[in-house]
Write a protein that binds this ligand. Structure first.
Ligand code: OXK
Ligand code: ADP
Length: 571
């Protein structure tokens, strides 16, 4: 295999791969064993790596993606060939869409047979399929190239805009042997995998000039701002500039949601009325109504100007013209802006900040009044009020959140206090991230995890409660059970089968957790829920709370009902 001086000691593809990951500080693999990677999972564990085995590859992939977001190291998902690879691909694509660094490593069948389409075991041209769905895709054919393959995968996942990478490893590679010393030399410890990208001084000045002239400035923080781990710099920018800010969903907690400058509780007003908007790690995609239309249609609709901080230069002008593009990493860009504010920086006009505070206080008071109600049966608000209090008491807990109404109500009701504590459906509005994200959050941080799940959303990854029990993770899953998708009251006008959105009524989801030795609780009142959640957080035991919600509560698609074609047609 090599021209280097032979030695007694040999190594093989399995160990080269494990050593290459360890050399780069990667200590955990999320995956699912099977041909041809079963031995690899055993060896990784024997070599001291944490091997977290799932019941379905999609959830292992979601875990890898969340681990990447939380740690700035690519999360690793390991799967078998064709079907396992395909199961991991949704997570890989979702990671790429959300700018989370992960590497999907899949075993594959032999090239000679696949390329001649001779019908190998789990035959598939995996590399070709992965390529359009991720940031980069590589195949390694020779053991001596494993080090370079891993280095290329790490750099691709982390540098510039982070994303998903596919690494194809044909079965034969794992058993290839080579001289151990040469093998060691072939490995690469990646130096500076996510190089800082310093913004150009004139671009910084352009942004400052625009901000300075603004009468109604607004900063929008996106999940890129959370990912960047530039928390102190971002806080300094917000507080020194005095500019109100709006956190996107996964940027909640970069500054505490209770911060005086947060405009989250008056979102529609600030988006419509701002004259200069600075986006920090947030794209002007559907979640921000593409920067135009009714959402942005206030007095400044025709004259509004955007500043955008992003590591990806081609993000600029993707939806509307960007007057001041600031390309670079968020830490460097924000530091440069803070330095440029200077001692004489004039805070935004008080007619703007007071108008925001007034509207915000009104909405907060309205919300407080709603949360104080205690209807029977529970509704989203009374159940989420319990979780809101629990997170306030344990601000280090990580919230995982998916569903439609369960997602939308949680976003506005459960305040976050620390950065990177909220993981949700992200850019795609994907369902099924719940248990994978929860496992990753628990494994990578050791903190309590509260997974707030719509009953439909939970179904996508529910089997992974066994994984949570197997690894005894401090995860408390709360299923918002209102008997169906959106709600449980739809009726089939022709009789017979139930309506497509309806589930088994009063399903006992808590018994799923009990089946694997965890704690399961049926909660019909906020008191039941509070007691069970407190106990779960205190004990760290895997827990599932089946929170019974009024089946009439909830609206179709939550706050995005306008995206349903039938609703759109009526408009
Ligand atoms: C926010 N608000 C508050 C507070 N926080 N009021 C009081 N107190 C607090 N703390 C107000 C805020 O000002 C808004 O009111 C309103 O509550 C809603 O806030 P928010 O932030 O949720 O805003 P909005 O309009 O829903 O945001 C748009 C959005 C969001 C597109 C960014 O809806 C979103 O992230 N959606 C993701 C949906 C998704 O992915 N679903 C997938 C599953 S559904 P106003 O008065 O200021 O407007 C699915 O799969 O199919 O149906 C399917
Ligand atoms: P949100 O959905 O919260 O609005 P998006 O996923 O749309 O957030 O946007 C995140 C943006 O952050 C992406 O455009 C991505 O390129 C950018 N980004 C990610 N990491 C960094 C970083 N370290 N520095 C600068 N920009 C970043």
């Amino acid at each position: 295999m090599t021209n280097d001086t032979p030695s007694e000691d040999t190594t093989d593809g399995f160990h080269l791969l494990i050593d290459a990951l360890k050399l780069n500080g990667i200590d955990t693999i999320f995956g699912l064993p099977g041909i041809p990677i079963t031995d690899l999972t055993r060896m990784a564990q024997a070599e001291g790596m944490r091997m977290i085995s799932f019941r379905h590859e999609q959830h292992a992939g979601n875990a890898a993606a969340a681990a990447g977001f939380l740690t700035q190291k690519p999360g690793i998902c390991l799967t078998v060939s064709a079907p396992g690879f395909l199961n991991g691909l949704t997570a890989l694509t979702n990671a790429t869409t959300n700018c989370f660094p992960m590497i999907l490593i899949s075993g594959s069948s032999e090239r000679e047979i696949v390329d001649l389409q001779q019908g190998d075991y789990e035959e598939m041209d995996q590399l070709a399929i992965a390529k359009p769905l991720c940031k980069a895709a590589f195949r390694v054919l020779h053991a001596q190239d494993i080090g370079i393959g891993i280095a290329r995968a790490i750099r691709s996942a982390l540098s510039g805009r982070p994303g998903g990478v596919y690494l194809d490893l044909p079965a034969k590679l794992f058993a290839q042997t080579m001289d151990a010393a040469a093998g060691k030399r072939s490995l690469v410890k990646v130096v500076d995998p996510a190089p800082r990208q310093i913004p150009a001084p004139d671009a910084v000045q352009r942004a400052l000039d625009l901000l300075k002239g603004a009468k109604r400035p607004l900063i929008v923080l996106g999940k890129g701002a959370a990912y960047a781990q530039a928390d102190a710099e971002i806080r300094a920018l917000i507080e020194k500039s005095g500019i109100p800010y709006l956190p996107m969903s996964m940027a909640k907690g970069v500054l505490p949601d209770t911060h005086a400058q947060s405009a989250a509780a008056t979102r529609s007003y600030v988006l419509a009325e701002a004259d200069v908007v600075m986006l920090v790690g947030a794209r002007l995609n559907w979640l921000l109504s593409h920067g135009k239309g009714k959402t942005w249609g206030g007095a400044n609709a025709d004259t509004r100007q955007f500043i955008q901080i992003d590591i990806s230069p081609t993000e600029m002008d993707s939806n509307v013209p960007i007057a001041a593009p600031l390309v670079g990493d968020i830490g460097s860009c924000v530091s440069a802006l803070v330095a440029g504010l200077g001692a004489n920086w004039a805070k935004p006009p008080t007619d703007w900040t007071n108008a925001i505070t007034e509207r915000k206080d009104k909405n907060l008071a309205k919300m407080a009044a709603t949360l104080a109600l205690n209807p029977v049966p529970m509704n989203f608000h009374s159940a989420l009020n319990v979780i809101r209090n629990a997170v306030k008491a344990r601000p280090d807990a990580i919230v995982v959140n998916e569903g439609a109404n369960t997602l939308d109500f949680t976003r506005s009701i459960v305040d976050m206090y620390e950065p990177r504590k909220r993981l949700d459906v992200g850019t795609w509005g994907i369902m099924g991230i719940g248990m994978g994200f929860a496992v990753a959050a628990a494994v990578t941080t050791g903190k309590p995890v509260i997974a707030i799940e719509g009953d439909s959303a939970f179904g996508f990854s529910g089997m992974e409660v066994e994984t949570i029990c197997r690894y005894n993770l401090p995860v408390c899953v709360i299923v918002f059970n209102n008997n169906g998708v959106y709600k449980g009251t739809d009726v089939n006008p022709r009789g017979g089968d139930v309506a497509p959105t309806v589930f088994v009524k009063n399903a006992r989801y808590e018994m799923m957790m009990q089946a694997f030795g965890g704690v399961g609780v049926l909660a019909k009142t906020p008191e039941d829920l509070a007691k069970a959640l407190d106990e779960a957080i205190a004990s760290g035991k895997p827990t599932l709370i089946n929170a019974m919600i009024d089946e009439t509560a909830g609206t179709e698609s939550g706050r995005i009902t306008s995206l349903n074609p039938q609703t759109a047609k009526k408009k």
